[in-house]
Every structure is written in C-alpha cells, then in structure tokens.
Design a protein around this ligand. Structure first.
Ligand code: OGA
Ligand code: MN
Length: 299
C-alpha cells in the first residue's frame, strides 16, 4: 500500500500514514518517505507503538544511528539502550526526578530553540522522537522551518550572512538557563566546534539558517555584534509563520531534519507528571564548514 502524506502547516511538516514502523520498511516505501522528508523537513507518524529496536531499525534507513552522549558520567545506569536518548523526567529508580537532578537541568535547556548535535564536529542529520508516556497538560514540541526563514530574509541580509562561520558549544545553551554542573571530563569530551551559519541541503539544494541556542559567537566578529545578529536571526526564524506546534498523542513518532529546522520543548509540570520520549539520532557525514566552506575549515 502506498503511503499517504498530508501537510500539517503551510510551509513544512506532514503527517505520514500507511506504513507500519513496527515492521521492516521496504525500499519502495522508504523512497516515498524520504522524498516526503526532503520536501517537508518534519514528518509525523501517528500510531507507531515501536520498541526501541524497531525505532533504531527505522532510523538506520537515514544513516548511522549514534550512541547517546553521557554528560553525567557518574550518574547511575541508563534506563534505555546506548543508542537511545532518554528524553524523560524519570530517574533510574523509575520515579520522577528531583528538582535539582542534574539530568533534569540538562534537559530543561531543550526549552530553548535549538538544533540537535550542532555542538559536535560532525553534527546530527536527523532525529526521531517517539512518545511513550505523555503528561495530561502541554509538553508539546515546537518546530521552526529554517528554509522558509532564510528565504524570507532581505537580499542584503542573505549576502551578509552567507559564508559566516559560528562556534557552538552544548555548555553555552546550558549556561543560559543557569546550569553549569558538568565534570571537566564531560567538558573536555565536547570542545566547541565551528559550523556554517547558512547551509545548503544536499538533497534539495535549498538554503537554510543553521541556528541553535548552542551558538557562542560569530567567528571573526566582535562578540556583541555577533550576539545581536544571532538573536535577530533567531527571532526572525521563530516567528509564528514559520512555526508548527506538535501536540503529542501516545505512539506518535516524529522525524525532523536538523539541517533545515529548529525545535524546542514546551514546559510541563515535570515535578508531578511523567513524560517519557525516546530519541534516536542519525549522524551527518561531515562537519558543515568542511562541507560547505572547505577553505575555512580548521586544520
Ligand atoms: C530532543 C528535544 C524536545 C521535547 O529530543 O532533541 O529537543 O519536546 N526534545 O522533548
Ligand atoms: Mn532537541
């Protein structure tokens, strides 16, 4: 049966039905899914009660599934396999995390607009998030289309920013919410990296802003001027016309392209209500500066 693809927003995001992700996806169905992924940037797959292994199998169609980073090395055992990120408010004992739990603070920064994995030399290509347990109220996720945002910029702004390089650090986004509780070993493991500010999607050729709350500064610019530019672009890119709010239903699986979208978690009553989401992350193949501006790549 052919898949059905229904747009959920004027500029991006579509819902995909007619595929069962608890079974292996055949090449013809995957080709249709991939075409929709490139066109819409975000795909919502309703009613997909996948296991972790099934989620990993589907994710692997898009590229290499990465091992989740452990930021808190002395934290007790993980509740999920190594290639799943535990996006939840549940501790290893199965209970809600305490208010001052480091992992809770780490996840709180997901409420800032961001793109996954831009703070790694080879960033994340796409992410897949599966809703396992949901709170009664909110806990939505918002997405913003960085292609539409780029297209809508005035031409002189495009000329100014094409070719800029920015530095990203995971610890920068966490500092913005006042959290800095990482070990020296965790910091040493994730040094700051450079990425382009405008990237071109390899499949569609469309340009997109490559923004995230992880950006520390524009390389080669005075700090204040760079900060103003990043703040302005972020405000522009997250205006309502470019934003879709996903209201989760149990067993939704949402796939997003980190090369052309940003996202943020909406708050919920995480000290009282459970929210359990399992994320797989697919790696890109090369650093964005090496890919798009090889003459600016370090080393
Ligand atoms: C993520 C993320 C948002 C959410 O998993 O990368 O940002 O709403 N999640 O949980
Ligand atoms: Mn994220």
């Amino acid at each position: 049966m052919a898949i059905s693809v229904t747009p959920l927003h004027p500029v991006f995001v579509a819902e995909v039905r007619g595929v069962d992700l608890t079974k292996s996806v055949d090449p013809a169905a995957f080709a249709d899914i991939e075409a929709a992924f490139h066109q819409y940037g975000i795909l919502v797959f309703p009613d997909q009660p996948v296991t972790d292994a099934q989620q990993v199998d589907f994710s692997a169609h898009f590229g290499p599934v990465i091992t989740a980073t452990r930021y808190h090395r002395d934290a007790p055992e993980r509740r999920v396999p190594d290639n799943i990120s535990d996006i939840s408010n549940i501790g290893p004992d199965g209970n809600l995390m305490a208010a001052d739990d480091d992992r809770r603070m780490h996840h709180k920064a997901n409420e800032l607009w961001h793109t996954d994995g831009t703070f790694k030399h080879v960033p994340a290509r796409c992410s897949l998030l599966s809703a396992r347990e949901l709170p009664q109220v909110d806990g939505d996720t918002e997405f913003a289309d960085m292609r539409a945002a780029y297209d809508a910029l005035p031409e002189d702004r495009k000329r100014e920013i094409d070719g800029l390089v920015v530095e990203h650090s995971i610890f920068h986004s966490r500092e913005q919410i006042g959290f800095s509780g990482y070990t020296e070993a965790a910091r040493a493991g994730l040094p700051p990296v450079n990425q382009v500010l405008v990237r071109t999607h390899p499949a569609t050729g469309r340009k997109a802003l490559y923004l995230a709350s992880h950006i520390t500064h524009v390389v080669g610019w005075p700090a204040e001027k760079g900060r103003r530019l990043i703040d302005e672009l972020t405000a522009h890119a997250t205006q309502p016309d470019f934003v879709y709010r996903h209201r989760w239903r149990a067993n939704d699986l949402v796939l997003w392209d980190n090369r052309c979208s940003m996202h943020r978690a909406r708050p919920y009553d995480d000290l009282r209500e459970r929210r359990v989401m399992h994320r797989t992350t697919v790696s890109d193949e090369i650093n964005s500066v090496e890919r798009e501006l090889p003459e600016r790549a370090a080393g």
